[in-house]
Design a protein around this ligand. Structure first.
Ligand SMILES: Cc1cc2nc3c(=O)[nH]c(=O)nc-3n(C[C@H](O)[C@H](O)[C@H](O)COP(=O)(O)O)c2cc1C
Length: 200
C-alpha cells in the first residue's frame, strides 16, 4: 500500500475477527517494529507479545475494556478477543547500560518511552500494511499490566500501552460517517505547523 494511503487508512480499531494472525506475518510486523531509531541505539524498548487467552483476559481488564462496552461500533471484548495483544515497554536499564543510572538524570526526557512509542506506531502501521488492524490503548492500569506480564517488580520496565492486533471485525465502526467527517475537519483545522518560529 502506498505510504500516504496507509497513514490515512490507519485508525484505532475496536473489534477483531476470531481469526489467527499467521506466524510469518506476526514475526514480520514485530521485526519492523524493532527497526526504529532509538536513543544512542540503545534499543531501549521491548515488545511483549501475548496470545495466551488467560493473559489477554487480564490485559483486557487492565485496559478497562468494560468501560468501552456502552459505545456502539465497539465490539465487546475487543482486547480479550484480539488474536494478538502486544504491550510495548520502555526498558530503562538498557538505556542506563549506556548512559548511566539513574536514567532520569541522564536524559532530558524519558527516551525509552519515546522509543517505545516509535516502535508502537511502526507495529500498528505494519499491521495495517498486512491487511490487519490495531489500536493503541494508553489508558491502562499499569500495575495490573506489570503483574499480568511478570514485569520486574522494580518498575524498570514500563508498559506504554496495550495494542490489540487482528483482522477487523465486520461490526466494528467506532465512529459513524458523520462523526468521521467532524474528526477530519478537526484534524484539518488544528494549527500544528509553525513556520520559522512558534509565533510572529
Ligand atoms: C498516547 C495515546 C493514548 C491513547 N489512549 C487511548 C485509550 O486509552 N483508549 C482509546 O480508546 N484510544 C486511545 N488512543 C487513541 C486515540 O484516541 C485516537 O488515536 C484518536 O482519537 C484519533 O483516532 P484515530 O487513531 O482512529 O485516527 C490513544 C492514542 C494515543 C496516541
Amino acid at each position: 500500500m502506498e505510504f500516504d494511503l496507509l497513514l490515512r487508512k490507519r485508525r484505532n480499531v475496536y473489534g477483531f475477527q476470531d481469526k489467527a494472525v499467521p506466524d510469518a506475518i506476526l514475526h514480520k510486523i514485530l521485526e519492523n517494529a524493532r527497526h526504529v531509531p532509538s536513543a544512542g541505539f540503545t534499543q531501549d524498548f521491548d515488545l511483549v507479545v501475548v496470545r495466551d487467552p488467560a493473559i489477554k483476559r487480564k490485559l483486557a481488564e487492565a485496559g478497562r475494556e468494560q468501560e468501552y462496552a456502552g459505545y456502539s461500533g465497539i465490539v465487546r471484548g475487543f482486547i480479550e478477543k484480539a488474536p494478538v495483544v502486544v504491550v510495548p515497554c520502555g526498558n530503562k536499564p538498557r538505556f542506563e547500560s549506556k548512559y548511566g543510572s539513574p536514567a532520569e538524570k541522564n536524559s532530558r526526557i524519558p527516551w525509552w518511552l519515546t522509543d517505545s512509542a516509535f516502535s508502537s506506531i511502526i507495529l500498528i502501521l505494519s499491521a495495517f500494511q498486512e491487511g490487519m488492524a490495531a489500536s493503541f490503548i494508553g489508558a491502562i492500569e499499569e500495575k495490573m499490566v506489570a503483574e499480568s506480564l511478570n514485569l520486574p517488580a522494580d518498575g524498570s520496565i514500563i508498559p506504554l500501552a496495550i495494542i490489540p492486533i487482528g483482522y477487523k471485525h465486520k461490526e466494528e465502526r467506532r465512529f459513524d460517517p458523520e462523526m468521521r467527517k467532524k474528526l477530519k475537519t478537526l484534524r484539518q483545522s488544528t494549527n500544528q505547523i509553525h513556520w520559522e518560529r512558534w509565533s510572529e
